[in-house]
Design a protein around this ligand. Structure first.
Ligand code: AMP
Length: 178
């Protein structure tokens, strides 16, 4: 069977959500059975023997991939959500957006000290979201083994930003520009 072309299954929508942005839409990839399997398999494979205790997925597309990766690794899943969405006691971390500040949160009891975590999102752009997620998980004394993304936008240097925090990054495909 020919290898699935993950890149060809990502749809690009120009000028969404605002002019100048090339939105890399993974719904077309998730909707393709072979594409979804290839993504989950390739994101999980390097960590199969790394004793991962939990996958932490970033809202919202990180939930879809993260849940499937956790199932494959035989570990739990922990959601990292936008402020105010988690029902239990949560801790937060702010990060800067182009205009203003946003906050992500995780349940205080979602991860125990020293647990080995694989961080998952669909795409890394500037790395601001992933950096905030790393800082948030470190507040719980988690050991972040790596961060895995389907898509890297290398021109925005997010990968370097996350690697500067001492976190290995695993990505499957790249697109030029932002
Ligand atoms: P950043 O914090 O700049 O690395 O942005 C990463 C987050 O924003 C991820 O959760 C992505 O889903 C989303 N994102 C940023 N840029 C794009 C893009 N060009 N296409 C699709 N999603 C994007």
């Amino acid at each position: 069977m020919p290898e699935t072309d993950i890149r060809a299954l990502v749809r690009t929508i120009p000028d969404y959500p605002k002019p100048g942005i090339m939105f890399r839409d993974i719904t077309t990839l998730l909707g393709d059975a072979a594409g979804l399997t290839a993504c989950v398999q390739q994101l999980a494979a390097p960590y199969a023997d790394k004793n991962i205790d939990a996958v932490a997925g970033i809202e919202a597309r990180g939930f879809i991939l993260g849940g499937a990766i956790a199932d494959r690794l035989g570990c739990g899943f922990v959601p990292i959500r936008k402020k105010g969405k988690l029902p239990g006691k949560a801790i937060g971390q702010d990060y800067e957006l182009e205009y203003g500040v946003d906050v992500i949160e995780v349940h205080e009891d979602g991860i125990a000290k020293g647990e080995r975590i694989l961080l998952v999102d669909d795409l890394i752009a500037t790395g601001g979201t992933a950096e905030a997620a790393v800082k948030l998980l470190r507040k719980l004394d988690a050991e972040i083994v790596a961060a895995a993304f389907v898509i890297d936008l290398p021109d925005l240097k997010g990968r370097e930003r996350v690697e500067a925090l001492g976190i290995e990054c695993h990505t499957l495909i790249e697109f030029e520009g932002d």
